[in-house]
Write a protein that binds this ligand. Structure first.
Ligand SMILES: C[S@@+](CC[C@H](N)C(=O)[O-])C[C@H]1O[C@@H](n2cnc3c(N)ncnc32)[C@H](O)[C@@H]1O
Length: 300
């Protein structure tokens, strides 16, 4: 696997895994965070690792599972269903949770998954390939108005109308390259110096195909529910739509007195990390701790 973990040391430092603790990695990917959680909670800590992508689970079975055996529990599920799954495994509460959102470099670089306009691939974009909706279905079958709406809402794309019109005119569209060329042809090149013109369109399609923002909302509330008092949740996000949801959800739990925020401003990667891993440049990490009422009462 090629994926380089983002904010790895920072997230593990905040979670501070202990021997005998139980931890969840909601987004296993290539297993970077899971491995660190296992190492730091040795010899007896348990790590439950979720991924909705079967390939990530299969890879971990061949690698981490062979090394760590029963200390690692792998779950091929959307993290939005984590409460049910964790309880089925026999755990009521856990001591720390990490969520490293988005896709892994291995998914992005795949020649068959269609997540990136940098690789020519079929327009798929599903993390969970058992689900019916693909990016190809959206661009070829949805109405122009609906395509425009998702580009505007989930891509924050100011040329959504123009792009949607050109998508509909250019049907059928089967490959990432074909779609990227269509988008490139209808936006002013000089306005897209820092990002590729198709970045926002691809982001929007991926979010819709995987219902990412709804999964995130559910995953966050489920995580807070699963945390033991004093347990820590670290969420690493990669674009403003995700970060806004994390920030607002954390603020709501804080005002309800359920959690305390560990960092007021998001933690971001160092210049050195960004230099070594360009994908880290947009990362933001927010962390909270579930309030330990017993400790607070005894401090009064
Ligand atoms: C950025 S990668 C994680 C990388 C990992 N932290 C590492 O260090 O190797 C994100 C992973 O989370 C998975 N994922 C994203 N959303 C998910 C969800 N709602 N439920 C379960 N897995 C999800 C993706 O399939 C992907 O493998």
């Amino acid at each position: 696997m090629k994926h380089k973990s983002v904010l790895l040391d920072e997230s593990i430092f905040v979670i501070n895994p202990q021997n005998n603790g139980v931890y969840i990695d909601m987004t296993l990917g290539a297993g970077g965070h899971t491995r660190k959680l296992l190492e730091k909670s040795s010899p007896n800590g348990i790590v439950i690792a979720f991924d909705r992508d079967k390939k990530a689970i299969e890879y971990a079975k061949e690698t981490l599972k062979k090394e760590y055996g029963e200390r690692l529990l792998l779950v091929n599920e959307n993290f939005s269903n984590c409460v049910e799954k964790v309880r089925e495994l026999g755990f009521e509460y856990v001591d720390g949770i990490v969520m490293d959102l988005g896709v892994s470099l291995d998914q992005l670089k795949s020649k068959t998954r269609g997540f990136s306009f940098l690789e020519d691939a079929p327009l798929d974009m599903r993390m969970d390939v058992s689900k019916p909706l693909t990016a190809e279905k959206i661009v070829n079958e949805w109405q122009e108005k609906d395509i425009e709406n998702i580009l505007r809402i989930y891509g924050e794309e100011r040329f959504a109308g123009r792009i949607a019109k050109n998508i509909v005119r250019s049907r059928p569209i089967y490959s990432t390259k074909q779609l990227a060329d269509i988008v490139e042809g209808c936006v002013p090149r000089n306005l897209y110096k820092r990002i590729h013109p198709a970045t926002r369109t691809f982001q929007a399609l991926r979010i819709v195909v995987n219902d990412e923002l709804e999964s995130l909302k559910k995953g966050l509330s489920s995580s807070v529910e699963l945390l033991a008092e004093g347990g820590v949740l670290c969420v690493i996000s990669f674009h403003s739509l995700e970060d806004r949801i994390v920030k607002n959800t954390f603020r709501d739990y804080k005002s309800e007195g359920v959690v305390r925020l560990i960092n007021k401003k998001p933690i971001v990667p160092t210049k050195d990390e960004i230099y070594k891993n360009r994908r880290a440049r947009s990362a933001k990490m927010r962390c909270l701790v579930k309030i330990n009422k017993k400790l607070e009462d005894s401090n009064d």
